[in-house]
Design a protein around this ligand. Structure first.
Ligand SMILES: C[S@@+](CC[C@H](N)C(=O)[O-])C[C@H]1O[C@@H](n2cnc3c(N)ncnc32)[C@H](O)[C@@H]1O
Length: 372
């Protein structure tokens, strides 16, 4: 099926990065909006985006978008959408969503109306009054903002940040998609040396390795739409094969992750093995105070304690002062540090060459970037 419109929701601040990822895949009609990126294509595009997007949270089919201020309008508009093109007889279609600043504000009522409209459309098409919903799951999602209704079909299943390599986590792990965005903004390439001196469970160095080696983040996981009857079986297989053909195992990439917590490093090692990149990363038990620039060139990317879940704010700021001392100005090195602390630059002792607003979950942060 061609000419589908897709939506890739992402963390606030990452829309431009996701849009660039899609453009790099030669995807059509890419348009960044707040919190999501729209694009168009066919089922191959759907599979490619799920397998290869590093910074988006999921891939949805935008089945329809319209304004509604009453349940009748909601029902009629949902009824008009071509559900039978995606949901075959007896496949499951649960509904969930949320409402904000709209006349229709009862999520549970909207959920029931949408379910009823889709069931009516499918019942009429398949000439049955009873749909037993035993087959593969087509999660319908709705978003009602300022009376504008977006009706979406999720194609990913578990969120795309779940690459499959982080089975257990430490106290304050960074999301894989945010780590991937920091790697992207630090312009990590296939011959780079990357280091994270507060690596915890290793997410940043693992995402850097995946990027440098051209390994698609979703290559080893499955997606809910793989089980849909409307998508020919070979579509995902072909896109996985294509993604594998882009891997660069000959890359001259290497990374070092260090941390003061030896248990976190044990997790990091396991995670790197599961991600298939352990031969490209060394993990070292080391205090930040002992950090030195052991190479001529390098890219440092780190997610230090914020003084919330780990350490208190005074201790965190003390660590930022230490960073200012040990991350020395050096041609060939760049540093990127993410934190919500507005006083970071004051503690670090230098103004950043560039800053980028990024959200760690709901927490507004800045990525402070230093080029030497
Ligand atoms: C926010 S966590 C990093 C989480 C990591 N990005 C991940 O995905 O798991 C901060 C890390 O800083 C480490 N840390 C705190 N003080 C440190 C120090 N003085 N030297 C090295 N690491 C330190 C903690 O052990 C913790 O793992």
């Amino acid at each position: 099926m061609s000419n589908l419109t897709f939506s890739a929701p992402c963390l606030f601040g990452m829309e431009g990065i996701v849009a660039n990822e899609l453009r790099f895949m030669n995807v059509q009609d890419v348009k960044a909006e707040t919190g999501r990126v729209l694009f168009s294509g066919d089922f191959s595009t759907l599979a490619k985006a799920n397998i290869s997007l590093r910074c988006a949270e999921r891939v949805q089919i935008l089945v329809g978008e319209f304004y509604a201020t009453s349940f009748e309008e909601l029902f009629d508009n949902v009824l008009r959408l071509p559900w039978e093109e995606f949901i075959f007889k007896n496949e499951a279609f649960p509904v969930k969503g949320n409402c904000l600043d709209s006349k229709l504000m009862s999520v549970s009522d909207c959920q029931k109306i949408i379910k009823k409209a889709v069931a009516k459309r499918l019942g009429d098409k398949y000439s049955t009054a009873w749909l037993c919903e035993e087959g593969s799951v087509h999660q319908i999602q709705f978003l009602i903002r300022k009376d504008k209704v977006s009706i979406l079909l999720d194609t990913s299943g578990p969120s795309l940040h779940k690459r499959g390599y982080r089975k257990e986590s430490n106290d304050a792990p960074i999301s894989e998609t945010l780590a991937a965005a920091m790697v992207e903004l630090s312009r990590v390439r296939k011959d780079h040396f990357v280091t994270d001196p507060m690596c915890g469970s290793g997410t940043i160095v693992i995402e850097a390795a995946l990027k440098a080696l051209g390994i698609a983040p979703g290559i080893n996981r499955s997606f809910s739409s793989e089980l849909w009857k409307c998508i020919p079986q070979e579509v995902f297989a072909r896109e996985r094969e294509y993604a594998r053909s882009l891997e660069r195992k000959d890359a001259n990439f290497f990374a070092v992750g260090s941390d003061i917590d030896s248990q976190a490093l044990e997790l990091a090692k396991k995670n790197a093995e599961l991600a298939g990149v352990s031969e490209y990363i060394e993990f070292v038990n080391k205090d930040l105070h002992d950090f030195t620039l052991e190479r001529e060139r390098g890219t440092l990317i780190t997610n230090p304690p914020y003084g919330e879940r780990l350490l208190n704010i005074k201790e965190a700021e003390e660590l930022y002062r230490t960073m200012g001392k040990v991350f020395k100005r050096c041609p060939g090195w760049s540093y990127a540090v993410i934190t919500p602390d507005d006083d970071f630059e004051k503690c670090f002792g230098r103004r950043a060459d560039k800053r980028r607003k990024l959200y760690n979950g709901m927490l507004q942060c800045q990525l402070y970037m230093y080029y030497l």
